[in-house]
Design a protein around this ligand. Structure first.
Ligand SMILES: [Zn+2]
Length: 226
């Protein structure tokens, strides 16, 4: 399959996502606030700038650079299809999805506010919420984030299946990512990550995956239409 075909598929998926998700847009971190203005130490970490590490916030999918899409349209299509699952999740559950995705670490904010309020009242008990805040930011397992990513990572396997190609060790890559600091160790143990991803991958044959997210039906239509 030529780069040109993948480029057309990328454009078509953008087009249908725009029609389906209110406010949907693709933006590029290299050109945009706040990414390009982040302090170097944060801005340069791979988490944000890996070629294929796009980030979805609400109905916006942020790719690192425009050139990536031009140079590697197939990889960019896979990335867009993965992020489309997140964008549909966001559209459906809005703030709830964001809180779930960032849990339990996001609760540190609540504990910090509590510590400030208790401290301002002159009580020494501010230490208690402060300790809880520290516990919350630790790389604790996040079943919500893990499930969201397993649902999205299954997309890569689905595209492989529908287009008759097979990525060498996609499963190993996904399990590695799910258990790494890339996702703040959201899953502890490779066997747990394998169970999570296999739960969705096993739905691909027979098309039971189509009910997991509207993104699957849109992507299937695009990659199976000549
Ligand atoms: Zn993801």
């Amino acid at each position: 399959m030529s780069d040109q075909v993948w480029k057309e598929r990328f454009d078509e998926l953008c087009h249908v996502l725009k029609q389906t998700i209110p406010g949907f847009e693709i933006r590029y971190k290299a050109d945009s606030f706040p990414w390009k203005d982040l302090p170097d130490k944060i801005a340069r970490i791979d988490l944000f700038w890996d070629e294929d590490a796009a980030t979805t916030v609400g109905s916006t999918i942020w790719f690192p650079r425009r050139e990536y899409v031009e140079k590697s349209p197939r990889a960019a299509f896979y990335t867009l299809a993965h992020e489309a699952v997140h964008a549909f999740d966001f559209a459906k559950a809005k703030v709830g999805f964001g809180i779930g995705y960032l849990s339990p670490q996001v609760f540190a904010l609540v504990f910090i506010v509590a510590a400030i309020i208790v401290g301002a009242c002159g009580s020494l008990f501010w230490i208690l919420p402060a300790v809880l805040a520290l516990v919350a930011v630790a790389p604790l397992p996040s079943p919500w984030r893990a499930d969201a990513e397993a649902r999205a990572y299954a997309m890569g396997f689905a595209i492989d299946h529908w287009t008759g190609r097979e990525e060498e060790d996609r499963r190993g890559y996904v399990i590695g990512a799910m258990t790494s600091f890339l996702y703040w160790k959201m899953v502890w143990g490779r066997h747990r990550a394998a169970r999570r991803i296999d739960r969705y991958v096993s739905r691909i044959a027979g098309d039971r995956i189509l009910s997991v997210s509207p993104a699957y039906r849109l992507v299937k239509e695009i990659v199976t239409t000549e």
